[in-house]
Ligand binder design. Structure first.
Ligand SMILES: [Zn+2]
Length: 80
């Protein structure tokens, strides 16, 4: 996955990938920033990030990772 992020984001990949200690090629991904970079590259000028960690707020949100896949699903609609 990290290789694909590097391929897609080029020099910007360093902003979103943080190597996992003793993880080999594995890395943590800052998905919020990665999405912002891609949206801005596509011409979106106004990007807002909720900055809410679903795993820390499972009373309000679903967290696939924390709940090991036994949870609900989100839906989203985007329109101009
Ligand atoms: Zn959290």
């Amino acid at each position: 996955m990290a290789a694909q992020v590097r391929s897609t984001l080029g020099v910007q990949a360093g902003r979103v990938l943080r190597p996992i200690e003793n993880g080999g090629e594995k890395a943590y991904l800052d998905l919020w920033t990665a999405n912002r970079i891609l949206l801005e590259a596509a011409g979106v000028t106004r990007v807002e990030t909720a900055a809410i960690c679903t795993a820390c707020h499972v009373d309000d949100w679903y967290s696939h990772r924390l709940e090991k896949g036994r949870t609900g699903r989100f839906g989203a609609l985007i329109a101009l």
